[in-house]
Design a protein around this ligand. Sequence first.
Ligand code: ACO
Length: 160
Amino acid sequence: MSLSFNNLKFTKLEDDQITPYDLLLLADPLKELVDEYLEHSDIFIAINNDDIIGIIVLYPLSAVSVEIKNLAVKPELQGKGIGNYLIENAVKVAHTKGIKSICIGTANSSIGQLYLYQKHGFEITEIKRNFFIDNYPEIIMENGIQAKHMLVLTRQLDNI
Ligand code: ACO
């Protein structure tokens, strides 16, 4: 599939559009959990030639803070900058709506994601110990490391 950033659109998923679970489940394998947060979230998608190729889900924590609950890019298009594009655009949208801080949680084993979020100005603000052991039925391994703890990273949006 050809990808040109000029053709890429960042837009809200409308209520009458089909929920792209293929993407959502890449970031979060538990559909029950996904459905719980989707109900209260704003879902944004990256579209290339009418094809949904990436997703980012913003869940309100308060009037001025949101959490990125889900972020995913089609496997065959990963590593081409779409993750960067989704984060940059989600930050812009949130800032426009008066949001002051955005957080995102990821596993201690998600090395690439930790790199990506810190590169976008997110800093580790909390560790939820044993989160992945307590909330997921299977052992999750990534990069040869067991996913045990959730690291929460936060970006303040005051200076953008
Ligand atoms: N390992 C190493 N580096 C990585 C990785 C990785 N797994 N993923 C991204 N990066 C780096 C890239 O090298 C790049 O660095 P650069 O800008 O300095 O060149 C940067 O991060 C951004 O890369 P993109 O190409 O924009 O990222 P991509 O389009 O691949 O999207 C994403 C990243 C969303 C994590 C994608 O790989 C994906 O869908 N993974 C599966 C689902 C997932 O793990 N989602 C996050 C779960 S946490 C949550 O949802 C809250």
